[in-house]
Each structure stands twice: as C-alpha cells, then as structure tokens.
Design a protein around this ligand. Structure first.
Ligand code: KG4
Ligand code: ZN
Length: 351
C-alpha cells in the first residue's frame, strides 16, 4: 500500500510518499521561516499565500523523488485540520483534486493524529501508548489506544510549550523560530540564576499552563533594565528551559499514573511535536520514563516537526482499516482528537 500525504496546516508546505512496509520513499518539506521571520511569528495570510504558490511543486518533487506517478498510489491523504484554515484549504484542495483526477480515494487526516501515529512509522510502537505532544500550537497528554481512538488526559489552559519558547526567544532578542535559538543560547548557562515558577506544580491532573512562566521571563528582562548582556541571556534561557523541562516532567508523571490506572501494562512514553527536538527536555523525559518502568520513544527530529510523512502514514493507517472520506469533507480549524475530553482546568482552554 502506497500513500501520498500533504501537510499545509502551519508554516511548512510538505508532501511525502510512504508505504505499509514503513518505507519513506520521499519526504519534501519547504519551510516558510524566512517569509515569517520579518514578523517574528507565523502570519496566517502570508502562510496561506505561500502554500498556494508552492504546494504544486512540493507535491511534484515528492512524486519525482519517489519515482512514482499518481497511478502508483493507493490513496491521497491531506491534513484537513486543525490549523490555519487558509493553508489547510490549499493542501486539502490539492489532495482532493489529485484524488478526483486519478480516481483514487481521498483520506482526511487530523494533523494531531499525524503527530500521534508517527512513532508507529518510525519505531513500530504498539497500542496503547502515552503521548506527550508538544509543539508550537499544542501541548497535550493523550493515551493512544488505536487509530482514531484517543483519550486526552490533559491539555494547556493557555499557551503551548513551543509558543512559550518562541515568545521567550523574542523577549531575549534571539529571533524566530525561538525553540532552537533558546536551546542554543542556554548552552553553558546557569539554570538556577533566575528563580522562575513551575506552573501547575502540585496540582492534580496533567493540564499545563505556560503564560505565568512567560510573564516571569518578561519581568526578569525588565528587572535587568537594559543590561541583558550575553551572560544574562544565557542564564535566563537556561533557567527558562529548565522550568519548561521540569514542568513537562511533573505533569507527565501524573499522566503516567492516570494511564497506568487505565492500562496497567502500558510500556511506551512517546514524545512528539517540534519541542521534542529539545535535548534537555528529551533527557529529563528519558529519566522519568526509566523511573516509571517505561521506555521513551522519540521520532527523529525531522519527523517530530511538521512533515508530510506523518500525514501519509496516518492516512495509510486509516485507509488500511477501511476509512476514506468524501471529496466534500470540510476543513476544520479546530478538531480535537478526543471530542469527549473534559475541557482543561479553566474555561478558554485550547482544544
Ligand atoms: O510541531 P511543530 O513543527 O509545529 C507545530 O505544529 O506547532 O513545532 C514547532 C514548535 C515551535 O514553537 C518551535 O519553537 C518549537 O517547536 N521547537 C523547539 C525546538 N525546536 C522546535 N522548542 C524547543 N527546543 C527546540 N530545539
Ligand atoms: Zn504540528
């Protein structure tokens, strides 16, 4: 079974071809970083226009890299949400057009399910597993029980972890995108110099909050009153990174307990999304997994951040269970993986 997957929900125009033997035949990712850098963040209108301009050539490149034509495919999958709706529409319409023209089925993929299932493409992890999804738009803990079967244990009540990295980078004058720049700036820094809060510490459950941490970073910058030299930047970046790592660990620790109550033999803790690329966070989560008698599984960084292979794979997993979708399937800006999940600790939580 061979599937083309198209991803356009944020700031990467991506297309990939994967098969059911878990071989990635092509994986083309065109980043829009340069187009958004000027604004210090992703501008939805700029993103949508850029997807429109580049989707055709990215898809053509993926087919060329795979040395295949559309007739070799079993189905065409695309992200149909959640995400920036202008971009989502471009990818979904491209996939539907290819499906119509080639007479192949179309599979609508939830972007979050793409992240959730990547580890079955890269590491063949069996269900059930606990997933910490930490990206620029999402920060959630979910039990993945099967394709289309997710129990959300916790989510963020305000910012996502990646968003907090991006905003911190901005305050420290490091640029965009923030995560990798904060990580780089933190090397050799004194993570104890700034006493930043550990949001939600000691609270039951595993919801997250990062806006208070962000405010504390801003206060620390203000207190330095213009004297944010290289030493303070390094120490503040390190202090912030440690605060995020410890917060992710304590909340995930609670989630492990909750998951083990439901599935006593659950073995794998999976971390996915762009923030999973962070080494310090990876090390802290590996320690937690070991202490909890679980193993941490982390897809390669290139498959942790947005890409087409994760969408192709999620489409493949759905298609081989008999799912495909009509060409009038509507794109969804919001689309929780677990529609029955209670909302987070406060109103206004992100789905
Ligand atoms: O999964 P992703 O590529 O896109 C979304 O779906 O959001 O995640 C991007 C996010 C950004 O906020 C970026 O700053 C963060 O992941 N990120 C990192 C690192 N690399 C990317 N955060 C911390 N450390 C990193 N090394
Ligand atoms: Zn993503």
């Amino acid at each position: 079974m061979i599937v083309l997957g198209i991803e356009t929900s944020c700031d990467e125009t991506a297309a990939a071809v994967v098969d059911d033997a878990r071989v990635i035949h092509a994986n083309v990712v065109l980043s829009q970083i340069e187009e958004h850098r000027l604004y210090g963040g992703v501008v939805p209108e700029v993103a949508a226009r850029s997807h429109l301009e580049h989707a055709d050539s990215v898809i053509a490149q993926a087919m060329q890299d795979a040395n295949m034509s559309f007739k070799d495919l079993d189905c065409i999958a695309a992200t149909t949400g959640p995400g920036l709706i202008g971009g989502v529409l471009v990818g979904a319409m491209s996939a539907k057009a290819i499906a119509l023209a080639s007479g192949k089925p179309f599979v609508a993929v939830n972007h979050l399910e793409g992240h959730a299932l990547t580890v079955r493409l890269t590491n063949d992890v069996p269900f059930p597993y606990l997933l910490l999804l930490v990206s620029g738009g999402h920060c959630q803990l979910l039990i993945c029980e099967g394709v289309g079967q997710y129990k959300r244990l916790g989510t963020t009540i305000d910012d996502a972890a990646g968003e907090a990295f991006d905003k911190t980078a901005k305050m420290l004058g490091l640029g965009y995108p923030g995560g990798p720049l904060v990580e780089k700036a933190a090397v050799g820094g004194d993570a104890k110099r700034f006493n930043l809060p550990r949001p939600m510490k000691g609270r039951p459950g595993c919801d997250f909050s990062f806006s208070g941490l962000k405010t504390s970073v801003r206060r620390a910058v203000e207190t330095l009153d213009g004297s944010l030299g290289p030493d303070a930047t390094r120490d503040l970046a390190a202090s912030f990174q440690l605060a995020v790592a410890e917060t992710l660990v304590t909340r995930t620790k609670n989630a492990i307990k909750m998951a083990k109550d439901i599935h006593p033999n659950i073995k794998h803790l999976v971390v996915a999304g762009g923030v999973a690329a962070n080494q310090a966070i990876g090390t802290a989560l590996t320690e937690l997994a070991e202490k909890s008698n679980m193993s941490l599984v982390k897809p390669a960084p290139a498959l942790c951040t947005d890409n087409g292979a994760m969408i192709a794979w999620a489409g493949l997993e759905r298609f081989r269970l008999g799912h495909s979708d009509p060409l009038d399937f509507k794109a969804r800006p919001r689309w929780p993986l677990d529609p029955d999940a209670p909302s987070a600790a406060y109103a206004g939580a992100k789905a």
